[in-house]
Structures are given as C-alpha cells and as structure tokens.
Design a protein around this ligand. Structure first.
Ligand code: FAD
Length: 461
C-alpha cells in the first residue's frame, strides 16, 4: 500500500455494489488501490443480512467477493461508519475517488394509524432479526396469533411468508439464527396473507420464488379463483417473464392439482394466499389497545393497465383479523453527508452513469445509486458501469492519479485518534471460522454472532 502511481479509490459499503465496483476497478487498472470501508465488523451487506437463510446458493457470490478482498491492492476496513467515525470530506482529501455504495438501510413507513403497535414489524427488522443483523437481535417478534398479514407482494414478502410457514426441521439446517429457530418453533402462525394494492398482473415477486411457495411442504396455497378468472385469455399478450408468472398463478388457482399434490394440500395444516386490490388504512388495536389485532384495508380499483396501472380507493373497506403485521413495502436510502447531494423523494444520490452530479471524484453504485430494487446481478451491472466511469475518468485525466494522496494511512491515523479500530479482512476470516465451527456443532452451515462487541473481542485482542 506504499508507493503507487495508480489511483487510490475508496468505497463506502461492502455489499454487492461495493465489492463488484472494487472487482471491476482492480481487474482493469493494474495500478489501482481500493479500500472498502464498512460500518459493521463483517462484510457482504444484504448477502449476509438480507438473502433468505434457505437460499444458500444465492450467497455463493461471497466466494467472488472474497477473491477480490484477497487482492494485495484491496483493503477492507470494517467497523468504520462513514459519516460518523470519518467524514466524506476526509475521505475526499485522502483519495482520488470516493464511491458511495452504502445501500438502502432504512425501512419505509406505512404512514397509517396504529403502525407503532406491538405486533407490527417492518420487513427490514424482521429479516434482520432472522438473519442475525446486530441491531435487530432483540426484536423477539410475537408469533402467538394464527394469522399474519404481509403488506407487499414482492420477493421479500415471499421470503418472509416462507420463513413463517416452513417446517422448522428445514430451517434448522440453514444459517438462520438460533434465537429465530427457537421463536419460530413456538410459532402459532398457520395462515399468511400477502396483500397488494393492485392485481395479479402487477405482483412483484418472480416465478422461482412463487414455485417454491406452491411446493412448500405442509402448506397449501389459498388462491381465490375469482381473482384469476379470465386472465388466461390475456396471458399471450404479456411480456415473457410476466406471462410465465401469470400462467403459474392461473394454473395454481384454477386447475385441479394432480393426485399427489391434491393429497399434500389436503393434509396441509398451514396456508398462504394473495389478496389483491387492497391498501392498508389502519392497524386495528385489540380491546385494551395494547397490541395489533387486525388490519383495515381500503378496497381499490385499477386505473389503467399493465405495469403502470394505478390503484385508487373505491370507498369500501375490509378488515382482516391478525396478530402479526409485516410491512414489506420497500427499503430506503438515507443521506450520509451534506457534502453529497441527495434526492429525498426518490431516495437516491443524483448521478449520471455513477458520477455523482455536481461533484468531482465522487461516484455511487448499487441501491443508493438506482433505488432499492433489483437482484444481485442488477447491482453487479450497475456497479460495473460506475467502475467503468471511474476508469474512463482516470484515462481522460479528469482524475489525476499523480496528485499525491495518502489513502488509508492518513485515515487510519484519524481513526486511531478517535478510538476506532478497523476490522481487517483477515480479522473477518477469524469471525467466519468461529461462526462456522459453532454451526458445525449444531448441524448448520454457520451460527452467526449477533453481538458486534463479541465480534470485536474475537479480533481486537
Ligand atoms: P447492501 O447489500 O445493503 O450493502 C450496503 C453496505 O453498506 C452494507 O454492508 C452496510 O452495512 C454498509 N453501510 C451502510 N451505511 C454505511 C456507512 N455509513 N458507512 C460504511 N458502511 C455503510 N438479491 C438476489 O439476487 N437474490 C436474493 O435472494 C435476494 N434476497 C434479498 C432479500 C432481502 C430481504 C433484500 C432486502 C434484498 C434481497 N436481494 C436479493 C437484493 C440484493 O440484496 C441487493 O440487490 C443488493 O444487496 C444491493 O447491494 P448494495 O451493495 O447496494 O447494498
């Protein structure tokens, strides 16, 4: 990390956006040095704390990220919150380029009365809880009622429904936290409704996740045929992914299943279903007002068609009794510093191909660049685009690698003064080993450490 003629670049956030941006820069500029700052002591962002525990194959990207981190020209500095422990301006002083890849960490609020009642949780907190996100480790959700309502019909909603309904024997073999296993084994939830403002033609989940739900052991779909009648006549006109998804919904709702599936569904003790054209109006409290006992929904109708159709209220309402309400209406990025422009309405940093508007040497990638939608491969493409912009700016001279910059050396001095000890990638590998060893004892791929203090004690001796 000493004398180099290449650009010194720092990346804020070690999720897919951070790692893919680093990978592309390191691959195409043999002189570049990349430092990745991460607020948690552990890397990988939502790959560790978002992706469902029963989807281990999705987490294989970690192997690629680890290869990147092992590069001699890449340094991981965990346990450093940019905006608190070190400012964006300080990073700008120490690096030729600063890339903001800090994701979308906040929940979106429903903005309805009763939202604060016990029994109501955001998807972000609930997912964080079962995936071992340190801030959510004490969530301890109340699963004592028989019905849950999830507001939202995307893949995150399906992840949550699957975790609530999956046989505990299956979950026990994943890297879900032990406290989530304990709570879920005592769960009384038998029925999960996923509620959407629009129609079956606008659901946001994808076919693979739907298929998995349809075949979930011990669980049957409860799909109201009237929601799907007539749709088979228009499927041919839909774009391909939407067409296949709608065909599967229609088939599951309207066709008689084969004998084997019919028997499975007949014996199932749990069920899930989709409710359409409903938007949340209020959480209904129980008699003593101390917790949620139901949700009031406004019945909507669609104006327009296809992906652009808008739901407008009809004036009718419907109540559903439920003791668990999960709002899965999306994530939200927050501004990190007044030195960085931010569009509060869209919740993104204004940019063009990843170049932050009105600034020099500042870039962004991932969810904070394009908003909190899309899978890891979408994030990969947009991160490569940002990396490409940086490489071009080095080539064109817009970034000047010959200008002296101290990089991590100066920042580490600052951190030391402030009492912050960064966690290195080999420190993370120690944490990783301990987690894997603890998992092995109980037949899981890993048992995540939930307490950042415990992580730090393992490595900062
Ligand atoms: P993140 O992954 O959120 O990474 C941001 C990182 O920045 C985090 O590590 C965070 O700790 C760090 N950070 C935040 N603030 C600071 C700061 N101030 N200083 C330093 N560091 C900071 N995609 C799939 O392809 N398959 C799936 O199965 C899948 N499941 C998902 C399940 C859930 C519940 C969610 C929410 C998303 C899922 N996704 C899935 C989408 C995928 O996770 C995202 O596309 C991707 O993680 C976005 O990458 P990112 O790097 O922009 O953000």
């Amino acid at each position: 990390s000493s004398v180099s003629q290449g650009p010194r670049i720092c990346i804020v956030g070690s999720g897919p956006a951070g790692f893919y941006t680093a990978q592309h820069i390191l691959k195409h500029d043999a002189q570049a040095q990349v430092d990745i700052y991460e607020k948690l002591p552990v890397p990988f962002g939502l790959v560790r704390f978002g992706v469902a525990p029963d989807h281990p194959e999705v987490k294989n990207v970690i192997n690629t990220f680890t290869q990147t981190a092992w590069s001699k020209r890449c340094t991981f500095l965990g346990n450093v919150t940019v905006g608190r422990d070190v400012t964006v301006e300080e990073l700008q002083g120490a690096y030729h380029a600063v890339v903001l890849s800090y994701g979308a960490e906040e929940k979106r609020e429903l903005g309805i009365p009763g939202e604060e009642l016990p029994g109501v949780y955001s998807a972000r907190d609930f997912v964080g809880w079962y995936n071992g996100l340190p801030v959510n480790r004490h969530l301890n959700p109340d699963l004592s009622s028989d019905t849950a309502v999830i507001l939202g019909q995307g893949n995150v909603a399906l992840d949550i429904a699957r975790i609530l309904l999956s046989p505990i024997e299956l979950l026990k073999k994943t890297d879900i936290t032990q406290s989530a296993v304990d709570t879920l084994s005592r769960s009384h939830i038998r029925r999960v409704w996923m509620v959407g403002r629009r129609s079956p033609l606008q659901v946001a989940f994808t076919i693979k996740e739907l298929r998995e739900m349809i075949h979930l052991p011990g669980t049957r779909p409860n799909l109201d045929p009237s929601d799907y009648q007539g749709l088979e006549k228009i499927t041919h006109s839909l774009p391909r992914p939407r067409k296949r998804l709608t065909e599967l919904l229609v088939k599951s709702a309207l066709e008689k299943p084969g004998e084997k599936v019919a028997t499975q569904w007949g014996q199932a003790e749990k069920e899930w279903g989709l409710r359409f054209l409903r938007s949340p109006l209020a959480v209904l409290p129980c008699d003593n007002s101390r917790r949620a006992a139901g949700i009031r929904l406004s019945v909507t109708q669609l104006k327009g068609t296809g992906e652009d159709a808008v739901a407008v209220p009809t004036g009718q309402v419907e109540d559903i009794s439920c003791g668990l309400i999960l709002s899965s209406i999306g994530y939200r990025s927050v501004p990190i510093s007044s030195a960085v422009p931010f569009l509060p309405k869209q919740g993104v940093i204004p940019n063009s191909m990843g170049r932050v508007q009105g600034t020099q040497g500042m870039y962004c990638s991932g969810w904070v660049k394009r908003g909190p939608t899309g899978v890891i491969t979408t994030t990969m493409s947009d991160s490569f685009e940002t990396a490409q912009a940086i490489l071009e700016d080095v080539r064109s001279g817009a970034l000047n690698p010959l200008e002296p910059k101290t990089g991590a050396v100066a920042i580490q001095d600052l951190l030391l003064l402030r009492g912050i000890k960064p966690v290195s990638f080999s420190d993370w590998e120690k944490i990783d080993k301990v987690e894997i060893a603890r998992g092995l004892k109980v037949g899981k791929p890993r048992e995540k450490i939930l307490d950042t203090e415990e992580m730090l004690q393992l490595v900062l001796r």
